[in-house]
Design a protein around this ligand. Structure first.
Ligand code: SAM
Length: 281
């Protein structure tokens, strides 16, 4: 049986059995592979790195979308950068109060092939009337946009290749400019056990733009190495400490069913292991 060995971490790798390859080619921006597995459903990789599996995508997509969205009373405008598989878009759109969700994805082929081979991940989100899809570079978008968002979610690849610009000081400063005063940016920030520099770099770079930079953690099976950190940029420290009663009321009013997110977990996700706190210098 053919195998896929991820090449993200030096000296340690996860390996998948491939039942069949559904698509493999170079897009304009990156090498894209989609394959069927016996255990994890369909898996998409970009440049040799796992992006999404059908089996565990709910963990990441729920926590990327609902933690910043439930931290605000009545968000209206969301910007997603990257996120071509449509999972974050799907989860964000479940908030009925949102008026518009703009998604800026560099690579149209990722969207097209995700819709074709992994349709349950976007689940019709690209056809929602509130979806505003822009094909382009996220750094360029925030550098020039005159719009102001309640939440920006950066669902990027790792800081290698086209995603690298989405981890820079300039990018965070431009995100800040594109946010309303209480706005929040949440970012994909790697697995700190194996990618410790990402925490330190993001903490420093985000800290130059935001008064209250930080992280929250999720346990995502196929982003191997223990907790994954999601970056959090905001000017109001209390946003990362929303009371349980407030979160519970917002969650109840939204009437959503989740598989990972709960209001209790939302709060607990901001409690960081000491080895992660030690990287925030
Ligand atoms: N959840 C995944 C993870 O944590 O690795 C990321 C999934 S999503 C498919 C990542 C997307 O970011 C890709 O579709 C890629 O094309 C997009 N991307 C990378 N660099 C970008 C940039 N500079 N601007 C906009 N989108 C970008």
């Amino acid at each position: 049986m053919r195998r896929f060995d991820e090449t993200l971490h030096r000296g340690y790798r996860q390996s998948f059995d491939i039942q069949s390859v559904l698509f493999e080619d170079k897009t304009e921006h990156q090498h894209l592979l989609i394959f069927e597995t016996p255990e994890l459903g369909r898996v998409m990789t970009l440049d040799g790195i796992v992006q999404v599996t059908e089996r565990d995508e709910f963990v990441y997509h729920e926590m990327m979308a609902h933690v910043p969205l439930f931290a605000l009373a009545a968000p209206k405008e969301v910007l997603i950068i990257g996120g071509g598989d449509g999972g974050v878009l799907r989860e964000a759109l479940r908030h009925r109060g949102l008026e518009r969700v703009t998604m800026v994805e560099l690579d149209r082929t990722v969207i097209d092939l995700s819709r074709e081979y992994m349709p349950a991940i976007s689940a019709g989100a690209f056809d929602d009337a509130r979806t505003d899809l822009v094909i382009g570079d996220g750094l360029d978008y925030v550098a020039t946009s005159q719009r102001r968002f309640d939440v920006i979610i950066v669902d990027s690849t790792d800081p290698i290749g086209p995603g690298e610009v989405l981890f820079t000081e300039k990018f965070y400063a431009d995100c800040k400019r594109c946010l309303k005063p209480s706005g929040i940016v949440a970012t994909q920030n790697g697995v700190p056990f194996f990618q410790p520099d990402e925490v330190t770099h993001t903490y420093r770079r985000m800290g130059r733009a935001f008064a209250a930079p930080g992280f929250y953690v999720i346990a995502m099976p196929t982003y191997v190495g223990g907790f994954m950190t999601l970056g959090w940029g905001c000017d109001e420290p209390e946003r990362a400490d929303t009371p349980l009663e407030t979160l519970t009321a917002r969650f109840r009013d939204a009437g959503l069913t989740m598989r990972y997110y709960t209001p209790e977990l939302h709060r607990a996700a901001f409690a960081l292991p000491q080895y992660v706190r030690d990287l925030m210098v």
